[in-house]
Design a protein around this ligand. Sequence first.
Ligand SMILES: NC(=O)c1ccc[n+]([C@@H]2O[C@H](COP(=O)([O-])OP(=O)(O)OC[C@H]3O[C@@H](n4cnc5c(N)ncnc54)[C@H](OP(=O)(O)O)[C@@H]3O)[C@@H](O)[C@H]2O)c1
Length: 352
Amino acid sequence: MSVPTTQKALFLQGLKGDWAVESTSVPEPSADQVLVRVEASGLNPVDWKIRELGFTISSYPAILGFDGSGVVVKVGDNVTQVKVGDKVLFGADRADTSTRTFQQYALAFGDLVAKIPDNITFDQAAAVNAGFATAGIALYGPKHSTGGAALLPPWQEEGKTEYANHPILIVGGSSTVGQAAIQYAKLSGFFPIITTVSPSNTALALSLGATHTIDRSTPASSLPSAVAAITSTPISVIFDTIGNSDVQNVTYDDVLKEGKVFIAGSSPSNIKNPVEGKEIIRPAGFLNDAPHRSFAVDLWQRIAGYLASGDFKPNRVEYLPGGLASVPDGLERLKHGKVSGQKLVVRPTETV
Ligand SMILES: NC(=O)c1ccc[n+]([C@@H]2O[C@H](COP(=O)([O-])OP(=O)(O)OC[C@H]3O[C@@H](n4cnc5c(N)ncnc54)[C@H](OP(=O)(O)O)[C@@H]3O)[C@@H](O)[C@H]2O)c1
């Protein structure tokens, strides 16, 4: 397959700076990596947060974009999992900008790409990584400072029954991470699966496996009684995908009875009164982070099967025409809460 030596990429010029589409070289895969022609790239809240706060960036101009799908166009010598021409989905590394997806060609590790089944489009595939990597690591990944809760995963025999009839509360069931969390919770047998959503996204949450919804505009102080009206069985797991401080504290203090709370969207310091016996988990969804890398390889080998079977449904997507130049407006929409229950995607190959 012919591969150009230069490509278009979207560069962030500086902290809180402008974006610019510019030409740059196409990166070369190491022995363990593949080069992917990026067919679709998903936009995430973390992209606008990085622009404003600068984390994960060591120098400017910098390429962002953490979710992608595309076609393998080169493989390193050690790669056995995929070959040139395979359709794959992947996520970027924490720091290596050659793996980022706001560019036309990106690098990925051969054991951390998932093949895209035929029932999933490139646009849908580009919406998979953020939710399923983050929620998967949060629930089942090993414990470490940015790891998971080490629950038994549903692909292990014991994990299929361990959490049967355990209630779970997922705050923000229409968010990308929340949609994935609901689907993992269903596979794990949690019941009831309670989630907070806008009324406009109730049907979406129920279609993914939630059994009960609470209007997200319910005041934080009323959440304990709203949950108690659904189940009298103690809640053992709360997965907060939003990071609202009041909601975190009320649910941690008055809804969580035993077990763990998961916080994807914000710092655990929002919990004012942490107590022994209620564990606070702060996951990072980067597949290639060393402490949970082997878990991530295992998780990612299962993604294609779950997508093909329909056990995992990727987010609904809104395709933004115009290639990489459309990313900045899309990120402004994300920042201002103007994206509801779906993922924005661009197609870098359309960049002029
Ligand atoms: N730790 C990590 O590695 C990691 C990874 C990915 C994301 N995150 C963080 O997790 C958070 C969620 O990211 P995402 O990509 O999942 O977000 P997203 O898909 O952009 O979230 C948008 C959705 O959030 C819902 N929402 C907003 N405020 C809510 C509230 N107060 N209660 C319930 N639902 C609410 C909205 O629902 P309606 O439109 O229906 O109102 C909307 O559907 C972000 O802060 C992100 O930075 C962390």
